[in-house]
Design a protein around this ligand. Structure first.
Ligand code: NAI
Length: 290
Protein backbone atom coordinates (compact mmCIF):
# COMPACT_ATOMS: atom_id res chain seq x y z
CA UNK A 1 0.00 0.00 0.00
CA UNK A 2 1.23 3.53 -0.76
CA UNK A 3 2.51 5.77 2.07
CA UNK A 4 -0.07 8.01 3.70
CA UNK A 5 0.38 10.96 5.98
CA UNK A 6 -1.55 10.31 9.19
CA UNK A 7 -4.51 12.60 9.72
CA UNK A 8 -7.42 12.72 12.16
CA UNK A 9 -9.22 10.45 9.67
CA UNK A 10 -6.54 7.77 10.01
CA UNK A 11 -7.78 4.24 10.67
CA UNK A 12 -4.45 2.41 10.98
CA UNK A 13 -4.55 -0.53 13.33
CA UNK A 14 -8.36 -0.67 13.25
CA UNK A 15 -10.17 -3.87 12.32
CA UNK A 16 -13.42 -3.53 10.39
CA UNK A 17 -16.22 -5.95 9.57
CA UNK A 18 -18.47 -4.79 6.74
CA UNK A 19 -21.71 -6.66 6.10
CA UNK A 20 -22.89 -6.33 2.52
CA UNK A 21 -19.29 -5.41 1.73
CA UNK A 22 -19.07 -7.30 -1.56
CA UNK A 23 -20.87 -4.69 -3.63
CA UNK A 24 -22.10 -1.13 -3.91
CA UNK A 25 -21.82 1.14 -0.91
CA UNK A 26 -20.37 -1.53 1.43
CA UNK A 27 -17.60 -2.27 -1.07
CA UNK A 28 -16.79 1.43 -1.48
CA UNK A 29 -16.64 1.80 2.31
CA UNK A 30 -14.30 -1.20 2.49
CA UNK A 31 -11.96 0.40 -0.04
CA UNK A 32 -12.01 3.79 1.66
CA UNK A 33 -11.30 2.25 5.05
CA UNK A 34 -8.43 0.20 3.60
CA UNK A 35 -7.01 3.37 2.09
CA UNK A 36 -7.06 4.93 5.57
CA UNK A 37 -5.09 2.00 6.99
CA UNK A 38 -7.80 -0.26 8.42
CA UNK A 39 -7.81 -4.04 8.07
CA UNK A 40 -11.07 -5.16 6.55
CA UNK A 41 -13.20 -8.29 6.44
CA UNK A 42 -15.99 -8.00 3.91
CA UNK A 43 -18.94 -10.29 4.49
CA UNK A 44 -21.90 -11.05 2.29
CA UNK A 45 -24.32 -13.79 1.24
CA UNK A 46 -22.80 -14.59 -2.13
CA UNK A 47 -19.37 -16.24 -1.75
CA UNK A 48 -18.39 -15.71 -5.42
CA UNK A 49 -19.18 -12.01 -5.14
CA UNK A 50 -17.14 -11.84 -1.93
CA UNK A 51 -14.09 -13.45 -3.56
CA UNK A 52 -14.29 -11.17 -6.61
CA UNK A 53 -14.63 -8.12 -4.35
CA UNK A 54 -11.61 -9.10 -2.25
CA UNK A 55 -9.50 -9.36 -5.41
CA UNK A 56 -10.81 -5.99 -6.60
CA UNK A 57 -9.96 -4.40 -3.25
CA UNK A 58 -6.49 -5.93 -3.19
CA UNK A 59 -5.82 -4.52 -6.69
CA UNK A 60 -7.30 -1.10 -5.87
CA UNK A 61 -5.31 -0.70 -2.68
CA UNK A 62 -2.16 -2.33 -4.05
CA UNK A 63 -1.92 -4.93 -1.34
CA UNK A 64 -0.80 -8.49 -1.98
CA UNK A 65 -1.62 -9.63 1.54
CA UNK A 66 -4.95 -11.30 0.85
CA UNK A 67 -3.59 -14.82 1.36
CA UNK A 68 -0.96 -14.10 3.99
CA UNK A 69 -1.32 -15.29 7.56
CA UNK A 70 -1.96 -11.69 8.56
CA UNK A 71 -4.23 -10.36 5.82
CA UNK A 72 -5.20 -6.73 5.34
CA UNK A 73 -8.33 -7.52 3.40
CA UNK A 74 -10.27 -10.72 3.11
CA UNK A 75 -13.83 -11.97 2.89
CA UNK A 76 -16.28 -14.39 4.37
CA UNK A 77 -19.80 -15.65 3.78
CA UNK A 78 -22.46 -14.01 5.94
CA UNK A 79 -26.21 -14.09 6.20
CA UNK A 80 -27.31 -11.36 8.59
CA UNK A 81 -30.66 -13.12 9.08
CA UNK A 82 -28.87 -16.01 10.82
CA UNK A 83 -27.55 -15.74 14.39
CA UNK A 84 -25.00 -18.47 13.74
CA UNK A 85 -23.67 -16.90 10.58
CA UNK A 86 -23.32 -13.52 12.29
CA UNK A 87 -21.48 -15.03 15.26
CA UNK A 88 -19.13 -16.83 12.86
CA UNK A 89 -18.33 -13.65 10.89
CA UNK A 90 -17.58 -11.69 14.04
CA UNK A 91 -15.41 -14.55 15.37
CA UNK A 92 -13.56 -14.64 12.05
CA UNK A 93 -12.83 -10.91 12.30
CA UNK A 94 -11.27 -11.40 15.72
CA UNK A 95 -9.41 -14.57 14.69
CA UNK A 96 -7.88 -12.68 11.75
CA UNK A 97 -7.20 -9.28 13.24
CA UNK A 98 -7.19 -9.88 17.01
CA UNK A 99 -9.97 -7.33 17.60
CA UNK A 100 -12.98 -5.58 16.07
CA UNK A 101 -13.10 -1.80 16.06
CA UNK A 102 -15.57 -0.99 13.31
CA UNK A 103 -18.80 -2.65 12.25
CA UNK A 104 -20.60 -1.38 9.16
CA UNK A 105 -24.11 -2.75 8.66
CA UNK A 106 -24.46 -2.37 4.89
CA UNK A 107 -26.30 -5.59 4.02
CA UNK A 108 -29.56 -4.72 2.37
CA UNK A 109 -32.42 -5.76 0.14
CA UNK A 110 -35.20 -3.75 -1.46
CA UNK A 111 -38.72 -4.53 -2.56
CA UNK A 112 -41.00 -2.25 -4.54
CA UNK A 113 -44.64 -3.29 -4.44
CA UNK A 114 -47.97 -1.50 -4.06
CA UNK A 115 -48.71 -1.84 -0.36
CA UNK A 116 -52.04 -3.64 -0.94
CA UNK A 117 -49.92 -6.46 -2.48
CA UNK A 118 -47.31 -6.47 0.26
CA UNK A 119 -47.63 -9.56 2.42
CA UNK A 120 -46.29 -9.96 5.95
CA UNK A 121 -43.63 -12.44 4.81
CA UNK A 122 -42.15 -9.86 2.40
CA UNK A 123 -42.36 -7.22 5.09
CA UNK A 124 -40.67 -9.42 7.68
CA UNK A 125 -37.86 -10.43 5.33
CA UNK A 126 -36.97 -6.80 4.63
CA UNK A 127 -37.19 -5.99 8.34
CA UNK A 128 -35.13 -9.02 9.30
CA UNK A 129 -32.32 -8.03 6.95
CA UNK A 130 -32.10 -4.32 7.72
CA UNK A 131 -33.17 -4.06 11.35
CA UNK A 132 -32.86 -7.41 13.11
CA UNK A 133 -29.78 -8.13 10.98
CA UNK A 134 -28.15 -4.90 12.13
CA UNK A 135 -29.10 -5.70 15.72
CA UNK A 136 -27.62 -9.23 15.44
CA UNK A 137 -24.34 -7.89 14.08
CA UNK A 138 -24.26 -5.02 16.58
CA UNK A 139 -24.77 -7.36 19.55
CA UNK A 140 -22.19 -9.89 18.38
CA UNK A 141 -19.57 -7.19 17.69
CA UNK A 142 -20.72 -5.06 20.63
CA UNK A 143 -19.85 -7.75 23.19
CA UNK A 144 -16.24 -7.62 22.05
CA UNK A 145 -16.18 -3.84 21.70
CA UNK A 146 -17.43 -3.60 25.27
CA UNK A 147 -14.49 -5.75 26.44
CA UNK A 148 -12.12 -3.48 24.47
CA UNK A 149 -13.99 -0.43 25.79
CA UNK A 150 -13.91 0.99 22.28
CA UNK A 151 -15.73 0.51 19.02
CA UNK A 152 -17.78 2.16 16.36
CA UNK A 153 -20.92 0.89 14.64
CA UNK A 154 -22.29 2.44 11.47
CA UNK A 155 -25.77 1.56 10.23
CA UNK A 156 -27.09 2.31 6.77
CA UNK A 157 -30.30 4.33 6.90
CA UNK A 158 -31.88 5.95 3.84
CA UNK A 159 -33.75 8.94 2.46
CA UNK A 160 -36.81 6.77 3.12
CA UNK A 161 -35.99 7.04 6.84
CA UNK A 162 -37.29 10.60 6.47
CA UNK A 163 -39.67 10.87 3.50
CA UNK A 164 -41.83 8.41 1.60
CA UNK A 165 -40.52 7.11 -1.72
CA UNK A 166 -43.75 5.40 -2.87
CA UNK A 167 -44.43 1.64 -3.01
CA UNK A 168 -41.50 0.71 -0.78
CA UNK A 169 -43.40 0.57 2.51
CA UNK A 170 -41.47 -2.38 3.97
CA UNK A 171 -38.13 -0.76 3.16
CA UNK A 172 -39.35 2.58 4.57
CA UNK A 173 -40.53 0.98 7.80
CA UNK A 174 -37.24 -0.87 8.17
CA UNK A 175 -35.14 2.20 7.43
CA UNK A 176 -37.13 4.23 9.96
CA UNK A 177 -36.46 1.52 12.52
CA UNK A 178 -32.75 1.71 11.72
CA UNK A 179 -32.81 5.29 13.06
CA UNK A 180 -34.45 4.12 16.28
CA UNK A 181 -31.99 1.28 16.67
CA UNK A 182 -29.09 3.66 16.06
CA UNK A 183 -30.29 6.07 18.75
CA UNK A 184 -31.07 3.28 21.22
CA UNK A 185 -27.64 1.66 20.91
CA UNK A 186 -25.86 5.03 20.94
CA UNK A 187 -27.63 5.94 24.14
CA UNK A 188 -27.13 2.58 25.83
CA UNK A 189 -23.62 1.67 24.75
CA UNK A 190 -21.76 4.99 25.02
CA UNK A 191 -20.80 3.96 28.56
CA UNK A 192 -19.02 0.95 27.08
CA UNK A 193 -16.93 3.15 24.78
CA UNK A 194 -19.02 2.28 21.73
CA UNK A 195 -20.27 4.98 19.36
CA UNK A 196 -23.22 4.16 17.11
CA UNK A 197 -24.18 6.32 14.14
CA UNK A 198 -25.96 5.99 10.81
CA UNK A 199 -25.49 7.24 7.29
CA UNK A 200 -28.51 8.09 5.15
CA UNK A 201 -27.32 7.97 1.56
CA UNK A 202 -29.16 9.70 -1.23
CA UNK A 203 -29.75 7.84 -4.47
CA UNK A 204 -26.73 5.84 -5.59
CA UNK A 205 -27.25 3.42 -8.48
CA UNK A 206 -26.17 -0.01 -7.20
CA UNK A 207 -27.48 -3.57 -7.49
CA UNK A 208 -30.24 -2.77 -4.99
CA UNK A 209 -31.93 -0.03 -7.05
CA UNK A 210 -30.29 0.36 -10.47
CA UNK A 211 -33.28 -1.00 -12.39
CA UNK A 212 -35.62 1.29 -10.46
CA UNK A 213 -33.79 4.57 -10.95
CA UNK A 214 -31.54 4.43 -14.01
CA UNK A 215 -33.31 5.76 -17.12
CA UNK A 216 -36.73 5.49 -15.48
CA UNK A 217 -39.46 8.00 -14.74
CA UNK A 218 -38.81 7.51 -11.04
CA UNK A 219 -35.13 8.30 -11.60
CA UNK A 220 -35.95 11.44 -13.57
CA UNK A 221 -38.20 12.70 -10.78
CA UNK A 222 -35.48 12.00 -8.23
CA UNK A 223 -32.97 14.02 -10.25
CA UNK A 224 -35.41 16.89 -10.64
CA UNK A 225 -35.73 17.00 -6.86
CA UNK A 226 -31.98 16.80 -6.22
CA UNK A 227 -30.34 20.23 -6.12
CA UNK A 228 -27.06 18.75 -7.38
CA UNK A 229 -28.96 17.26 -10.32
CA UNK A 230 -27.26 13.86 -10.30
CA UNK A 231 -27.16 10.54 -8.50
CA UNK A 232 -24.42 9.93 -5.95
CA UNK A 233 -21.52 7.53 -6.29
CA UNK A 234 -20.84 4.83 -3.72
CA UNK A 235 -17.45 6.42 -3.03
CA UNK A 236 -19.17 9.64 -1.98
CA UNK A 237 -20.95 7.73 0.79
CA UNK A 238 -17.72 6.05 1.88
CA UNK A 239 -16.19 9.36 2.99
CA UNK A 240 -18.93 9.72 5.59
CA UNK A 241 -18.18 6.21 6.90
CA UNK A 242 -14.46 6.95 7.20
CA UNK A 243 -15.29 10.13 9.10
CA UNK A 244 -17.67 8.37 11.51
CA UNK A 245 -15.16 5.58 12.20
CA UNK A 246 -12.20 7.92 12.67
CA UNK A 247 -10.86 9.95 15.60
CA UNK A 248 -12.33 13.02 13.83
CA UNK A 249 -15.77 11.80 14.96
CA UNK A 250 -14.81 10.91 18.53
CA UNK A 251 -17.73 12.96 19.95
CA UNK A 252 -20.26 12.03 17.27
CA UNK A 253 -22.78 9.54 18.66
CA UNK A 254 -26.39 8.71 17.81
CA UNK A 255 -26.24 10.86 14.68
CA UNK A 256 -27.54 10.14 11.20
CA UNK A 257 -25.40 11.76 8.56
CA UNK A 258 -27.36 12.51 5.38
CA UNK A 259 -25.31 12.37 2.18
CA UNK A 260 -27.81 13.12 -0.58
CA UNK A 261 -26.77 15.98 -2.85
CA UNK A 262 -29.33 18.15 -1.06
CA UNK A 263 -32.40 15.97 -1.76
CA UNK A 264 -33.91 16.32 1.72
CA UNK A 265 -33.18 20.03 1.82
CA UNK A 266 -35.13 20.60 -1.36
CA UNK A 267 -38.70 21.75 -0.84
CA UNK A 268 -40.07 22.55 -4.28
CA UNK A 269 -37.42 20.94 -6.43
CA UNK A 270 -35.95 22.17 -9.67
CA UNK A 271 -37.69 25.07 -11.37
CA UNK A 272 -37.08 23.40 -14.74
CA UNK A 273 -39.19 20.34 -13.81
CA UNK A 274 -41.47 19.38 -16.70
CA UNK A 275 -44.73 20.38 -15.01
CA UNK A 276 -43.64 24.01 -14.61
CA UNK A 277 -43.46 24.48 -18.36
CA UNK A 278 -39.68 24.49 -18.08
CA UNK A 279 -39.14 28.09 -16.95
CA UNK A 280 -40.33 28.07 -13.35
CA UNK A 281 -43.60 29.76 -14.34
CA UNK A 282 -47.11 28.59 -13.45
CA UNK A 283 -47.73 24.88 -14.07
CA UNK A 284 -48.51 23.90 -17.65
CA UNK A 285 -50.18 20.76 -16.31
CA UNK A 286 -50.76 20.61 -12.57
CA UNK A 287 -50.33 17.02 -11.36
CA UNK A 288 -53.79 15.71 -10.51
CA UNK A 289 -55.57 18.39 -12.57
CA UNK A 290 -58.26 17.39 -15.08
P1 NAI B 1 -26.07 -3.56 -2.89
O1 NAI B 1 -27.18 -4.44 -3.36
O2 NAI B 1 -24.94 -3.31 -3.81
O3 NAI B 1 -25.47 -4.09 -1.52
C1 NAI B 1 -26.20 -4.81 -0.57
C2 NAI B 1 -25.41 -6.04 -0.22
O4 NAI B 1 -26.04 -6.70 0.86
C3 NAI B 1 -25.31 -7.05 -1.38
O5 NAI B 1 -23.95 -7.38 -1.56
C4 NAI B 1 -26.13 -8.23 -0.89
O6 NAI B 1 -25.62 -9.46 -1.35
C5 NAI B 1 -25.96 -8.09 0.63
N1 NAI B 1 -27.00 -8.77 1.38
C6 NAI B 1 -28.34 -8.80 1.15
N2 NAI B 1 -28.95 -9.55 2.07
C7 NAI B 1 -27.98 -10.03 2.89
C8 NAI B 1 -27.99 -10.88 4.02
N3 NAI B 1 -29.11 -11.42 4.48
N4 NAI B 1 -26.82 -11.15 4.62
C9 NAI B 1 -25.67 -10.61 4.16
N5 NAI B 1 -25.59 -9.81 3.09
C10 NAI B 1 -26.75 -9.52 2.46
O7 NAI B 1 -26.76 -2.18 -2.47
P2 NAI B 1 -26.16 -0.89 -1.76
O8 NAI B 1 -26.76 0.26 -2.42
O9 NAI B 1 -24.70 -0.98 -1.67
O10 NAI B 1 -26.80 -1.01 -0.31
C11 NAI B 1 -26.04 -0.96 0.88
C12 NAI B 1 -26.91 -0.39 1.99
O11 NAI B 1 -27.17 0.99 1.70
C13 NAI B 1 -28.28 -1.07 2.13
O12 NAI B 1 -28.63 -1.12 3.48
C14 NAI B 1 -29.20 -0.10 1.41
O13 NAI B 1 -30.52 -0.22 1.87
C15 NAI B 1 -28.56 1.21 1.78
N6 NAI B 1 -28.92 2.33 0.95
C16 NAI B 1 -28.63 2.33 -0.39
C17 NAI B 1 -28.98 3.42 -1.16
C18 NAI B 1 -28.68 3.50 -2.62
O14 NAI B 1 -29.16 4.44 -3.27
N7 NAI B 1 -27.93 2.59 -3.19
C19 NAI B 1 -29.66 4.58 -0.59
C20 NAI B 1 -29.93 4.45 0.81
C21 NAI B 1 -29.56 3.38 1.54
Amino acid sequence: MTDRKKTMFDLSGKAALISGGASGIGLAIAQAMLEQGAKVLIASRNQDKVEAAVKQLARATETDQIDAAAPIVTGTGLDVTSDRSVEAAVKRTVDLFGRIDILVNAAGVMLRKPTFELNPADFNQIYDTHVTGSLRCAKAAGHLMREQHSGCIINLASISSFVDLIEVAAYAAAKNAVLGLTRALANEWAKFGIRVNAIAPGFVPTDINRKMIENTDRGRRILEHTPMGRFGEAREIAGAAVFLASPAASFVNGHTLVVDGGYLASGIGDSTAWWTGGDGSAPAIAPGAE
